[in-house]
Design a protein around this ligand. Structure first.
Ligand code: ATP
Length: 849
């Protein structure tokens, strides 16, 4: 055991308990990677060639624009990476250590050599070490040894040179405790641990692409081929018409660079990373990025009751001992039955309360808090009746047992669910005597349990058994028990649960309560928060035991509350919903919940009370354990998806417009409407900035009035592509009109300036069209996105400078426009707003009709 001072010194000496991830990319490398695009390289080469042939100005501007683009790309990538790394830190695991003689919970990265660490079922081993104590400890070491079954640990020294899997008195970082408890002294941390030595495991840094990114990448590739073919044809046509090879080539490449939406999947990363930051501030930490997309499609939320829908602030309300009910306020140590129950509830209990810091399960802290209030010294009691062995709590068994040395005898104390323990009773404690447990006793206790449960109370039964001798407890010992009493505690629903449930239903999502608690207690709470209708009943998990999978699929439809559920039931329920085509979010906190969390489309773990193993399996962690946070996360997920859709719509429609204008000019036998510099400038100014700004659009509550989006539905639906097409056409038409006006009045160079200005301004204005699939001009929402307004203003100022300052004429290959011409450009560009808004209005009306 260390003191805080020793721990600090060790941390200085050995460093932090962290695995250094594969070398992180430097900012400069990220910057260089912006140039790895094949087309950009070709463009740079073409620009140099054209410079050698005399057009030095173009070369400089092209290089400048490309470098600016790369800087912008680097800033976005670095920011996105930073925020994703920040998220990882937020969901970093914690460890329980004894320092300065007291139990403390600290981040695992602060564990150091010499620390005494306490581990129990569900915990992740924070560092390598040697066991000091060990009670039925079993550890899943599959990541290290490949052995899929948990390994039983003991204090026995293994033979020298034993393989890792046989070193039973040692524990290794990164593994999970599946059963039991123990303490160990840390011998190695960070890269010095066994897992640190395995280089292959260290490449955990790379985040996989999300399904949306994969489908966009595929779409982007197909689109690129079409654009390249188109540009190739243009190039050949320009040569056939007798144009210069270098100029024609430069134009074709510049058009390809401008029109190919290379930013599609990086827009997704950027919007997701900013979105997840917002979600983290609202208590939902995303561990797997693809969960954000999935959240928008969730149609079923299976939630625990305790702590998620309820406050997890348990307070003991009533005692039932010796046939009498006593309210918690009236409990007295003078009554022997009550004293015994209190004593047993402190002994058969793993929680602690040191200087106000409660550590452990709230069900158990409620018991010691009561003990404290009545004046029992928790540590004194535990020292006086030391624990000899134990059978830890397990949500399958729904009970736990501890063995103590009490007045020279070995006594086993058992606490757990009433219905489970009733089957194990042989005797009953009554007025200091023990007599046989009768059918009448069982009926009386069950009736009392029912009464407590109907009031939404959680009830624990307490029993004991005197053992002939001290021995390590085995499961078979949990038989022939003596009933002592019941303790009923209240865990009120969270105030926000009722509203969250109603929002969830409004959003077309079915909330399902799946709890380990008693059927009547679960139903009482579910009715209070609106999950269960007044005259409906909850169903017990055991009911589904004999159902086939297809029977279960029909059954789940009508059930909103499952009680006394085991982790296996959870998996079957999730799977049944999934097979009916639903996207299921499932919460879990326990040691055995990991498989169900993995099975669910969105596994949600509890940040405060959840075991490390459940957090590891989950794709989202709630830092406030609150059901309402899941609903907020769904809202965020839906909004983020919509924002990504808007950004992409903006990018593709704008790029399509540029192609249309070039196509129109070449079909009409007119000169090329843009210079390469124009295309690159449009690409720089009107691609990334407004697209990212649209990704950061403020979230709309209206998304929660829609049905969940089908996960099978691709983002690129026909309707969506049709919108992109019509909007692109609209911008293309305005730009072509500007081109024609310029051409007829002042010739090719002037026409090109008009077309360049109109396309640029149209795309900037089109950003406002892409804010929503609905018309927004007449609502306050039109100006609620400062980033979009900023991108618009920067763009308009720059393009106005280019078109009016005579000094920039040569560099940007433009003619200087007078006021009237400038107004024509802006007028045509502005027209896109009413036209597209009217189209949107017609479309939304058609949907409503
Ligand atoms: P939820 O699944 O909604 O979180 P829960 O906390 O009731 O509900 P479990 O933790 O699986 O689910 O508990 C199941 C039952 O086991 C409880 O209803 C209670 O009777 C009993 N129980 C819970 N905690 C303990 C404990 N620490 N010791 C003994 N029995 C317990």
């Amino acid at each position: 055991m260390l003191t805080s001072e020793q721990a600090r010194k060790n941390q200085e000496k050995f460093g932090l308990n962290e695995l250094t991830e594969g070398k992180r990319k430097s900012t400069f490398r990220i910057f260089l990677e912006q140039f790895k695009d094949f087309l950009v390289v070709i463009l740079v080469i073409a620009a140099f060639v054209s410079g050698f042939l005399g057009d030095v100005e173009s070369t400089i501007v092209i290089l400048f624009v490309i470098i600016m683009n790369a800087i912008l790309g680097t800033v976005q990538t670095v920011k996105a990476e930073k925020s994703l790394n920040g998220l990882k830190q937020l969901s970093a695991p914690a460890a329980k250590v004894v320092r300065d003689g007291t139990l403390k919970q600290i981040p695992s990265r602060e564990v150091t050599v010499g620390d005494e660490v306490i581990i129990e079922a569900g915990d992740c081993i924070p560092a390598d070490g040697r066991l000091l104590t060990c009670m039925s400890l079993e550890i899943d070491e599959s990541t290290l040894t490949g052995e899929s079954l948990p390994v039983g640990k003991s204090l026995e020294e293994p033979p020298k040179g034993a393989a890792l899997g046989d070193q039973t008195n040692r524990v290794f970082s990164g593994n999970f405790v599946t059963y039991g408890r123990g303490t160990y002294e840390v011998t190695a941390i960070g890269m010095k641990t066994e897992v640190g030595k395995i280089a292959g495991l260290l490449n955990t840094a790379s985040e996989k692409r999300t399904p949306l990114q994969i489908s966009l990448d595929e779409f982007g590739k197909k689109l690129s081929i079409i654009i390249l073919v188109f540009c190739g044809i243009l190039f050949v046509m320009s040569i056939l018409r007798g144009g210069s090879v270098v100029d024609g080539f430069l134009f074709a490449v510049a058009l390809a660079v401008a029109a190919i939406p290379e930013a599609l999947s990086s827009i997704v990363t950027i919007v997701l990373s900013f979105g997840t930051q917002k979600m983290a501030n609202e208590h939902a930490i995303i561990r797997k990025l693809k969960a954000v997309e999935g959240l928008g499609s969730v149609s079923i939320i299976c939630s625990d009751k305790t702590g998620t829908l309820t406050q997890n602030k348990m307070t003991v309300e009533e005692y039932y001992v010796d046939g009498n009910r006593t309210s918690a306020e009236d409990i007295s140590l003078d009554c022997h039955g009550q004293e015994l129950l209190l004593l047993y509830s402190i002994l058969c209990n793993d929680s602690s309360n040191v200087q106000g810091q409660e550590i452990g399960d709230p069900t158990e802290t409620a018991l010691i808090n009561l003990g404290k209030r009545v004046g029992l010294g928790i540590t004194d009691v535990r020292d006086k009746y030391p624990r000899l062995s134990e059978l830890p709590f397990d949500s399958d068994r729904k009970c736990m047992s501890t063995e103590h040395k009490m007045n020279g005898r070995a006594v086993m104390i058992v606490k757990g669910a009433v219905d489970v323990l009733m089957e194990k009773m042989a005797f009953v404690w009554e007025d200091n005597f023990v007599r046989t447990f009768t059918k009448g006793d069982k009926e009386r206790i069950n009736a009392q349990n029912l009464e407590f449960s109907q009031n939404g109370l959680r009830v624990l039964a307490f029993a004991y058994k005197e053992l002939e001798e001290e021995r390590k407890l085995a499961l078979e010992d949990e038989e022939g028990l003596t009933f002592l009493g019941l303790i009923a505690m209240m865990d009120p629903p969270r105030t926000e649960s009722k509203e969250a449930v109603s929002r969830c239903i409004q959003a077309g999502i079915k909330p399902v309560m799946i709890t380990g608690d008693h059927k009547i207690t679960a139903a009482a709470i579910a009715k209070r928060i609106g999950i269960l209708e007044e005259d409906s009943e909850a169903c017990e998990g055991a009911v589904i035991d004999h159902m086939t999978d297809s029977e279960l699929q029909d059954f789940v439809e009508g059930i909103s509350v499952y009680a006394r559920v085991s982790p296996e039931h959870k998996i079957r329920i999730v799977r049944a919903w999934q097979e009916k085509g639903n996207i299921v979010a499932m919460t879990g906190d326990g040691v055995n919940d990991a498989p169900a969390l993995k099975q669910a489309d969105i596994g949600v773990a509890m940040g405060i009370t959840g075991s490390e193993v459940s957090k590891d399996a989950a794709s989202m962690v709630l830092t406030d354990d609150n059901f309402a946070t899941i609903i907020k996360a769904v809202e965020n997920g839906r909004n983020i998806y919509q924002n990504i859709k808007n950004s992409i719509q903006f990018l593709l429609s704008g790029n399509f417009a540029a192609i249309l204008v070039v196509l129109f000019a070449s079909v009409a036998g007119l000169p090329v409407p843009f210079e390469p510099v124009h295309l690159l400038f449009i690409n720089l100014l009107t691609d990334s900035l407004p697209a990212i700004a649209l990704g950061l659009e403020p979230h709309r509550a209206e998304v929660m009035r829609q049905k969940p989006r089908s996960m099978k539905e691709s983002i690129l639906t026909r309707e969506y592509l049709f919108c992109i097409g019509t909007e692109g056409l609209c911008i293309g038409v305005m730009t072509s009109i500007a081109f024609l006006v310029g051409y007829w009045s002042d010739g090719a160079a002037f026409a090109s300036t008009m077309a360049f200005g109109t396309l640029c301004a149209s795309r900037l204005i089109h950003g406002f069209n892409c804010k929503s699939p609905r018309p927004v001009v007449f609502s306050s929402a039109i100006c609620n996105n400062v980033y979009l307004i900023g991108a618009f203003l920067i763009g308009i100022v720059l393009i106005t400078c280019v078109m009016t300052l005579s000094g920039l004429k040569g560099i940007f290959k433009v003619d200087t426009l007078n006021m009237g011409q400038l107004l024509t450009v802006y007028g045509l560009a502005f027209l896109n707003l009413p036209v597209v808004q009217i189209l949107k209005w017609v479309k939304t009306r058609r949907v409503v009709l």
